[in-house]
Every structure is written in C-alpha cells, then in structure tokens.
Design a protein. Structure first.
Lengths: 309, 306
C-alpha cells in the first residue's frame, strides 16, 4: 500500500517540474534563438552575399572569400593580430606569473599590492587607448622622458610603424591584474605538505618553484593562456581609440590595424556587411583552430588535482 | 573548444567560500630572510609605482593649463580647475553621464535577474537534455562577438532602435552565459533540503526561488552585478555601432569623440581629453573600492574553474 501512495502519479509532479524548469530557462532559450543561433546562421548566409543594409542581400557565391584572400588589408590585419597575440600573450603570462609569485611570497602584506596591481583593470579601454597616446608620445611622453634619464633615446612609439605594436603590448601589461588574482588564488591552494616534502628531499626554492609550484598551478596558467589568446585575437578598443577614428587619418594606422578593427570598419563604416560577415566567419575558424592547437600542445603539461584522486 | 567547457562543474559554493578564506589567510610560504624580505618589498613597491603612476599622471595633468599638460611634473606648476569647467562647456557631459548611468543600471539589473533565473532552472530542476542544453550555454561563451554582431545590428535596425540606447542593454533581458555559469555553480552548492522544506511548507516554485534561493546567493549576485556594471560602463564598441547623435552618447563614446576633436588631427587641446578621461575613469575606481572584496573573489573563482 505504502508503495502505491508514494509513487508519483503519471505526468503529475514530474511534468510540473519540467514546466517550471522551462519557464525559468525561457529567457535564455529566447535569447539564444534570437541573439545567437539566428545571427550565427544569418552571418553565414550574408557571407555569400553583397549587402549594404539599404538594398536586399545579393547572392554572390564565394566571391567574398575569394576577395578576402586577395585583400592586402586582410593580410595586413591578420599579420598585425598574430604578431600582437604572439607578443602580448606570453608577455602577459610571464608578468602575471612573476607578480603573483611576488605577492605569494609577500604573505600578509600582499593585500595592498594586490589592490594596486588590479586597479588598472578598472580603467575603461578608451581611457587606456588615450593613456597610450599620452604616455608613449615620442617627444614628450612620460615613458621616453624616463628612458632619457637612463640615457636611452626612446622611439616614436605612437607613430613609428615598428614601435606601434610593441607600445600596445607594453600597454596591455598594465592590465594583467585580473590574471594575477587568478594565479595568486591558485598559488594559495598549493598544499604546504608538498613544499615540506620537497624540502625534506633537499629541493631549494628554485626546484620547488619549478617542480612543485608551476605544475600545481598549471591549470590556472592554462586558463589564463587560453582566455588571453582569445581576447588578443579580438582586441579592438585600445588600438581603435588610439589610432583610428574621424580625426587622425594621417598617421601610421596600418601598424595597428587589427583584424577586429578592419572587420568593424568593413561592417559599420563601409557598410560591406556581406564581406564583414565572411571576415567574421574566418575569425571564428582561426580562433577555434588556434585554441584547439593550444589545447593539444599544452594538455599534457597541465596537471589537474582531480586526476590523482 | 573544450578548454573552458570540460572542467566546469568541479567547484560548488563550498570551494568558492574556502577560497575567500584562503585569500585572507596568512600564506605558508613566507620569505624569512630579512634582506630578501626588503628586496621583495622594494620590488613590489616599484611595480606598484608602475601600475599606479599613470593614474597619478592623468589626474595631475587634468589640473594643468594647456601648455603644461605634457611637462611630466608630479605637482602642477600652475594649478587650475579651468579644464573641468571647459569640458563641461565643450561637451554635454552631464547628459553623457546620465545616459551611461541609465544604460549601466538597466544592463546590470536585467542581466542579474535573468541570469539568476536561468541558472536556477539549470541547477534545481532535473529534466531531459539539461546537460546538453547547459553545454550549449557554455559553448556560446566561446563564440567571438563578431559572428553575431552584424545580424544583431540588423535586428535592432528593423526594430527602429538604432540611435537609441536600447540595444546597449536590452540583450541582457535574456541572461548572459558567463553569469549563468557563475550563478549556477553557486546554486549547486546550496543544500537541497532547504528548498524541499520550503515546498512542504507550501511555497510554490517561484517562491522557492525568490524567497529562499536568491537571498542565499547574494555574494554571487553582487559579483555578477559588479562585473556587469563595469562591462556596461566601459563598453565602447556597441556605442560606436549604435549611437549616432552626440546627445545619445555614453561617456566612453563621448570621450572618443573628444579625442577625435581635440587630440591629434584635431584642435590639439589635450587638456580637455585628459580631463574627460579622468571623469570617465573615476566612477570605476570608486566602484572598485566599494566592491573590492567581491571583485577579487569573483575573479579568483573564475580562474579556479579552469
């Protein structure tokens, strides 16, 4: 008898539960359909058309992709983006790891420094672009003034095409604070026993850092590495602010023309929506491939605690 | 692609809390040697200077007259408030600030509520296809914005909203993958018995969510709200796409227009640009000091998911 009482009626509470769940997730379902699924498909369709918003899309087959291969600006923008990513991602990773280690060694006093390191991350990217122009100004910028004190004649960071990207990379190091916090949290989760055991085995701090610390935080390092790379491939605001816009067309924009900037220009300044859609799909594929390669290359160096349990 | 998806549901609320405690706890590996300690503090102080000085430079420059903006002096030779008055006269700054505040508040409130609802749907209820559907939520995080940017613009255009502030926040009505993920982790850590007990007491599904679950999730809700407040306040790309008339600008968009007008290729009034930059940045600094603890905890938890 008891069994019959406790057994749920068919389609009763169960179905109610499903209905409630659907109601709760309905905002996302609608948003996904309208603002993700449909746009992804429609971008795919537009990439095979010419479309200027005013007239209807005109089907042109593979023309956009063919044009893309021949467009020197696409090659330029891709090159710029790869160079920037190749410089900024490792630099950010090294600097944030170094700072996180310093904070970890500092112990109790690290709170103040952590705050200081994180503060730049709050700066709106537009203001970072402006700071870049001001601080890296070739003649009167703070950076070159400081370099002058130690007898180095700084380059024209904001105008010389060879130095535009290095300037952007250095500026990007100003906002590593988020990664520092992630790595510091990981460092503090490394069990003390491991260090004790290492010390018993005669490991000095260098050994400990390389044999204990780095492997134990490899998961967090991997996360920062992947996220920074994806972000680098889409970087837009700082470079756009500093080097593009209505006013400054006379400058060495070309060295700062990132893929995301050229895509934005094609879509919203030249209204080449079809061409820009093709560019967007290419970017998507590039990011997927790069991420995939990174995952494959680094996976065996990444150690997750869960694996051992 | 799997990088961000796979390690997902490893940590619940316990770990998040444990982490907060560990951040505050005195670490075990301290440098004992005094000379080394001084070297360490020296190094940390030097780096701190590098990180903080650009702010100091900017604020200092905003109080200098036009000819001295680039003199790199810490204390202005001629102290003046004229720039702050000039900015107010040259640009509809009050309107820009109002627009930004409006967009930011709407974006923050909508995304927090909607993401919490969706996260609750994905954590409390069990239904067929839940795992696959949630996988889809995570997958959208990997999608570059560029792939959806153009059709989304066309949707807002068809709705006649281009030029209005609506496209800057209304998408948040439907939740956002990252916050859904964050809040779901938190919900999963709450003891289920609490909700069953409330149900026995006669609470309906909505009441269980709004009266029991939401108040317990406050820390994660605060993190969500702070992150979104910052994201919405500092965004430049969407204002560039959607806003046409200066009277509808947000502060970052307005700052860009001031740079175009007064910076290189413009009238070369850098003191205006500098002062407007200070005004744009200051609210974020205040926000950070108000919610510092939550920011740090939120970011630390994000990383531990990797």
């Amino acid at each position: 008898v008891g069994r019959q009482v406790s057994a749920p009626r068919r389609g009763g509470p169960r179905r109610q539960e499903v209905r409630a769940a659907l109601l709760f997730i309905s905002p996302w379902l609608v948003g996904f359909a309208v603002f993700t699924a449909y746009p992804v498909i429609y971008t795919g369709y537009l990439s095979f058309t010419d479309y200027d918003v005013i007239n209807d899309p005109n089907f042109v087959g593979m023309d956009n992709f063919r044009e893309l291969l021949e467009d020197p600006k696409v090659a330029l923008a891709l090159g710029n983006t790869f160079v920037f990513a190749a410089m900024s991602v490792p630099a950010q990773l090294l600097v944030s790891l170094f700072l996180a280690l310093l904070l970890n060694w500092a112990g109790r006093a690290s709170g103040f420094f952590r705050t200081a390191f994180f503060l730049p991350k709050m700066t709106p990217p537009v203001a970072i672009g402006i700071l870049l122009l001001l601080l890296f100004n070739g003649q009167s910028g703070l950076i070159n003034t400081m370099l002058g004190f130690v007898g180095i004649e700084g380059p024209a960071w904001t105008t010389d095409p060879t130095w535009v990207k290095p300037g952007l990379v250095v500026m990007s190091l100003w906002t590593v604070g988020g990664s520092v916090i992630i790595l510091l949290a990981a460092l503090r989760n490394v069990p003390q026993e491991l260090y004790d055991a290492a010390r018993v085995d005669g490991a000095d701090w260098w050994d400990q850092t390389w044999r204990v610390t780095i492997p134990m935080i490899s998961g967090a390092l991997f996360f920062v590495f992947i996220v920074d790379t994806i972000a680098a491939f889409q970087s837009f605001t700082e470079a756009y602010t500093a080097f593009f816009g209505s006013g400054n067309t006379t400058y060495s924009n070309d060295a700062a023309l990132f893929y995301a900037i050229y895509l934005f220009q094609q879509a919203f300044e030249f209204l080449h929506m079809g061409y820009a859609s093709a560019m967007a799909w290419v970017l998507f594929v590039i990011i997927m491939v790069v991420t995939f390669v990174q995952v494959r290359l680094t996976r065996r160096f990444v150690f997750y605690e869960g694996e051992q349990r | 692609v799997t990088a961000i998806e796979t390690p997902a549901p490893r940590l619940g609320v316990e770990t998040a809390v444990a982490e907060t405690e560990q951040v505050a706890e005195p670490p075990r590996r301290r440098v004992r040697n005094t000379a080394l300690r001084w070297l360490l503090y020296g190094l940390l102080s030097a780096v701190t200077m590098l990180f903080v000085y650009p702010f100091v430079w900017l604020v200092s420059a905003s109080f200098k007259p036009r000819g001295e903006v680039f003199d790199n002096r810490l204390v202005p030779k001629t102290f003046t408030l004229d720039n702050y008055i000039a900015v107010w006269q040259e640009a509809p700054l009050a309107l820009w600030l109002f627009n930004t505040l409006l967009v930011t508040v709407l974006a923050t409130v909508t995304v927090t509520i909607s993401s919490a609802m969706v996260a609750w749907g994905f954590s409390y209820f069990r239904f067929r296809g839940r795992t696959a559907l949630f996988g889809l939520v995570l997958a959208t995080m990997m999608l570059p914005g560029a792939v959806t940017m153009i059709p989304v613009f066309l949707i807002w255009d068809a709705l006649g909203q281009v030029g209005n502030l609506t496209p800057l926040w209304a998408g948040n009505l439907f939740g956002s993958a990252f916050y859904i993920f964050l809040l779901r982790q938190f919900f999963l850590g709450l003891p289920r018995e609490l909700f069953d007990a409330a149900k026995i007491d006669g609470a309906n599904q909505w009441q269980v969510f709004s009266r029991i679950a939401l108040p317990l999730t406050k820390p994660a809700l605060i993190v969500t709200a702070l992150f979104e407040f910052q994201a919405a306040w500092t965004d430049l790309m969407r204002p560039l796409i959607y806003l046409r008339d200066s009277s509808t600008f947000t502060v970052p968009r307005g700052l860009k227009s001031l740079l175009d007008r007064f910076g290189f290729g413009g009238e070369w009034h850098w003191e205006i640009v500098v002062t407007a930059s200070v005004i744009t940045t200051l609210p974020m600094i205040v926000l950070f000091f108000l919610g510092q603890r939550h920011f740090v905890r939120g970011i630390a938890t994000t990383g531990s998911k990797g």
